[in-house]
Ligand binder design. Sequence first.
Ligand code: BES
Ligand code: MN
Ligand code: MN
Length: 459
Amino acid sequence: MQVWKDYQAKNKDRFLEELLSLLRIPSVSADSRFAADVKTCAEEVKKRLEEAGAENVEVCPTAGHPIVYGEKIINPALPTVLVYGHYDVQPADPLELWDSGPFEPVIKGDNIYARGSADDKGQFYMHVKALEIMTKTDTLPCNLKFMIEGEEEVGSSNLGIFVKANKEKLKADVVLISDTSMISLQDPSLDTGLRGLSYMEVEVTGPNRDLHSGVYGGAVANPATILCQLIASMHDENNHITIPGFYDKVQDLSKEERKALNDAPFDEAEYKKDLGVDELWGEKGYSTIERTGIRPTLEVNGIWGGYTGEGSKTVLPSKAFAKISMRLVPNQDWIEISELFKNHFEKIAPKYVKVKVTTHHGGSPYVTPTDHVAFKAASEAIKATFGKSPIPVRGGGSIPIVALFEKELGLKTILMGFGLDSDNLHSPNEKYGLANFYKGIETIPYFHKYFAELGRTSA
Ligand code: BES
Ligand code: MN
Ligand code: MN
């Protein structure tokens, strides 16, 4: 629509400036030292929603970080889209690996570099600007509700409580999220799923105190060595996970479904080059696309123990630790998988050590219904602005609250993300393409237009 294009062309520099100022707020949800910044960011999001034309905007307190809610109801008879996003970001460390400050956004080449640029400030802000475009040009085709939370990166547990307590307020026809990636701007894609997650921590204790590694080494098991052995034993020679029962509920895809997934463009040489690895790794019998989309995995996120400071210290540590997460696929249940992990880890631990296993958080996997009108609306919207129908792909990441939207609100979710896998999410030098930002703002109004046209989906 020309009015949308014109409005964006006139205001695009301001849109970017606004995003940059949002990126300057270090809204790190995991680290309590940033709690005040998280709150400042919530207030800022509220202000931006109001300026864009949203009504009844509020910063809703929770036991953790606040949730920002706002709405624009034009006609209760029209369909309602609930836009979800998150204004919290991952911690920025290791700081020394950033080329510029994580909270001092800079434009270099075609990208905005800053923590949260792609995940998810740059992406949820496209929805705020799309709202502005539609309200200011008087073209909003349906009702909109916004729920932008501050705890996605730490598991969304308070959002779960909020959703259960506010079912009426959140009543809608579909949830729309831009917090995933596409293959590229040339090959737009739509995610048709998210993996679930089960996040664990293990503690291995050997002797009751750190020991001189010369005096005692050789006579007492080193908990760091034992931890490495335990972790290594959790994959077999085919890189299958060895936890008994782990694969019991995994849904196998048909030959046709697997073929369709593998038809998506994928350049293995380019992938390896981008990551700086000579060979790829993974579960035998599956392609890279399948390994990251439809197969469950187990990863060590962090491992520590003993002396890690400057220089050297000869010590046999008393304890060693690891944070281990598992990505889950339909129909694995994260609580059940966490239990399986715990039981297995306790069982395989040798008598030389004691182990403690705790569950951090988790979430269920999700599959998008590709026959839903909202999926069609998203496909059509992408076609309208990219000139190409999107390729359906299974996303490897997790947004645990999505399964809860279905369970508690009975709502399906559409994942219309505009990032790229190479945006360095959760990593130093996170970036978001300027073209992705603007293309997203251009595409979102079409989603609402087509969704409104395709009609209400629920009574
Ligand atoms: N936006 C990501 C999820 C994502 C990224 C999905 C790319 C698909 C493609 C989200 O912010 C995220 O990082 N989620 C966490 C889970 C959370 C419980 C910490 C994840 O996937 O690790
Ligand atoms: Mn995200
Ligand atoms: Mn994230």
